[in-house]
Design a protein around this ligand. Structure first.
Ligand SMILES: *Cc1c(COP(=O)(O)O)cnc(C)c1O
Length: 457
């Protein structure tokens, strides 16, 4: 890591406090404590700086979320103003506040037709957990309490709370916590590069989609409540399904009356070139969850959005919905969410991600395919994935190419994430063409260094 050399006493002090007292998400604690955590102290535009003054180009927009980039005064000022006027009040007890009301109405203008009602929470995980309870309540209200099983996919990422981690399909997430909970099952995922072999991509897409139908028939359609999926799988490896996949999934959900939920936590707010991934991929879901880009990470905020079918049933229920967070519809988070949308609209960030800037990013990404250890690149909007392989023909992978490449990236001033041997990119939507050039020049240099380390010329 970059900080193995001489580091300042200030950095050392922070690292020691952190090592002694901070349990990090997704970390091997003793290993991290021994190395010392990287201390990030400031950020501007698409760049971060660590406590040693080293600059990093943030190719991941934080954790897929800082869509408007860092250092946006407008978001800070919106938060400051709300903090002074109404730092907190809840939405229980027949109460609302201007920020939450206005954000709800604004969101309804951006979401697909008919998706007009929002329940607010503070994270993607909480949104998805809330959705599980909504689905159960919906079918109970419909007089079909036996419709209980929720289907999700292998390598899905839906969060870490007990329900959301159960929906997630990344195998390492389950055994430590004795998950999944009952009535959640997983089907195959549409990862052609990994699983498709010589099969035609569209055939593969159809076959994997039909495994949903097989499972529904196995369980019995009367017992299947819903199917949840990310339009493009993010944390599971940036998996973009073949075009044949989503229409077939839609057909199957409709045929067996299974609710379809799009987890838009990454794909939402412009990432794929539309406001929501469902719009880019032609999906008409019954409900969606959103978080991350919703405030560009400046405040914790998430929502479950329901369309007419679920919305009308929940809205017209003759009993109170026993669910809600102390911070549901937090005024400060909603104020920042509104400012975030204003910036995105004024700067046409969604149009750019779906047009000129997204196209340029995809062109530069595709150029990496000539590299001897790059087996495939794929992307949409401002999402990109690079498969590092030993043999392009057989798609054989190296043991830890991802980790090696990621470390070279950090050392050379680029944040690019490794998911197994897949390198992924998700930069802030404000990225410019010269910055895209810089990003891919760094990426190529780090892939070169990785190839050298792995003994490839
Ligand atoms: C990050 C993520 C989540 C979980 O969000 P948290 O805010 O970390 O709880 C859920 N779904 C998807 C698709 C995500 O990428």
């Amino acid at each position: 890591m970059s900080h193995s050399a001489q580091i300042s006493n200030q950095t050392k002090r922070w690292q020691e406090m952190d090592a002694a007292h901070h349990l990090h998400p997704y970390s091997e604690h003793h290993d991290l404590a021994a190395k010392g955590a990287r201390v990030i102290t400031k950020a501007e535009g698409i760049y971060l700086w660590d406590s040693e003054g080293k600059r990093l180009l943030d190719g991941m927009a934080g954790l897929w979320c800082v869509n408007v980039g860092y250092g946006r005064k407008e978001l800070a000022e919106a938060g400051y103003k709300a903090l002074q006027e109404l730092p907190y009040y809840n939405s229980f007890f027949q109460t609302t506040n201007p920020y939450t009301a206005e954000l709800s109405a604004k969101l309804a203008t951006l979401t697909p037709e008919g998706m007009n009602r929002f329940f607010f929470a503070n994270s993607g995980s909480e949104a998805n957990d809330s959705w599980i309870k909504m689905v159960r309540f919906f079918w109970n209200l419909q007089g079909k309490p036996e419709k209980k099983v929720i289907l999700a996919r292998t390598q899905a990422y839906h969060g870490v709370t007990v329900g959301a981690a159960s929906l997630s399909g990344i195998p390492s997430m389950h055994p430590q916590a004795d998950l999944p909970i009952p009535n959640i099952q997983h089907i195959d995922y549409p990862y052609w590069y990994e699983l498709g072999g010589n099969e035609d991509q569209q055939e593969f897409g159809l076959r994997i989609a039909r495994s949903l139908e097989d499972r529904i028939l196995e369980i019995g359609a009367d017992h299947v409540a819903a199917f949840i999926a990310e339009p493009i799988q993010g944390a599971g490896g940036l998996i973009i399904p073949p075009e044949s996949y989503w229409p077939e999934i839609q057909r199957i959900c409709k045929k067996y009356d299974v609710l379809l939920h799009a987890d838009e936590v990454i794909c939402g707010f412009g990432r794929t070139g539309s406001w929501f991934g469902s719009q880019s991929l032609g999906i008409t879901p019954d409900s969606m969850s959103m978080a991350k880009g919703m405030t560009s990470g400046y405040q914790p905020l998430s929502a479950v959005c329901v369309g007419e079918r679920m919305g009308d049933v929940l809205f017209n229920a003759n009993e109170e919905w026993s669910h809600g967070f102390t911070y549901s519809g937090h005024p400060v988070a909603c104020a920042v969410g509104l400012a975030n949308i204003e910036v995105m609209e004024r700067e046409n960030l969604v149009g750019k991600a779906g047009g000129e800037i997204g196209d340029y990013f995809q062109k530069k990404l595709t150029e990496l395919q000539d590299h001897p250890i790059v087996g495939e690149t794929r992307g949409m909007g401002l999402l990109g994935a690079i498969e590092i392989v030993k043999d392009k023909e057989t798609r054989t992978r190296f043991d830890d190419a991802g980790g090696i490449c990621r470390d070279h990236c950090f050392a050379n001033g680029l944040i690019m994430r490794a998911i197994g041997s897949t390198m992924v990119l998700s930069p802030p939507l404000i990225i410019t063409k010269p910055e895209i050039d810089e990003l891919f020049a760094l990426a190529r240099r780090c892939i070169d260094l990785t190839a050298q380390d792995l003994g490839v010329q």
